[in-house]
Design a binder for this molecule. Structure first.
Ligand SMILES: [Zn+2]
Length: 164
């Protein structure tokens, strides 16, 4: 149980959300690609499901275009929480490009994700941060939260439904 703080309240989610300005995160899993179907509506976005990437995909056959997504489990040093990072191209492609350019796995360095704007006007930029190891005191908590997410979303195959 956690006490609710009404002043900072946000609906709980397993997906990483970014505060305005700089957020320091560390990737704690391998990365994955997924192609995802969904529909934009007046009220927001309705996720339909993952693309099978085969001719039998019913959403492709209905003419829905799948969106490329990038997935990791990440630790937010800013918020002190481990979440599913469900990224679109602004964040996903940036993380992979930084990792390629520095020749290191993104688990070996921090990333600084800068958020500007809200809703459909939200823009993200990503820069490489420091390479200090995660403090010993935080490692066990991170591993335990990561196990929970792996079990819930990866082993059970529950369709991830976040958004960038
Ligand atoms: Zn499809």
């Amino acid at each position: 149980m956690k006490q609710i703080n009404y002043g900072t309240y946000q609906k709980p989610s397993d997906y990483m959300k970014f505060d305005q300005g700089d957020n320091v995160i560390r990737i704690v899993s391998v990365g994955a690609f997924v192609k995802r179907h969904g529909m934009r509506t007046a009220g927001g976005y309705i996720p339909l499901g993952d693309c099978t990437e085969k001719p039998d995909c019913k959403f492709c056959n209905e003419g829905n275009k799948a969106k490329q997504k990038w997935f990791w489990i990440a630790y937010s040093k800013t918020r002190k929480e481990v979440k599913m990072l469900d990224a679109g191209p602004q964040i996903g492609d940036a993380i992979c490009t930084i990792a390629r350019n520095v020749g290191k796995d993104p688990r070996e360095f921090d990333l600084i994700v800068t958020r500007k704007g809200d809703g459909l006007k939200t823009r993200y930029s990503v820069e490489k941060g420091g390479e200090e190891p995660i403090p010993e005191a935080e490692v066990a908590g991170i591993e335990s939260m990561k196990k929970y997410l792996v079990h819930k979303y990866i082993q059970q195959g529950e369709a991830p439904q976040g958004q960038e």
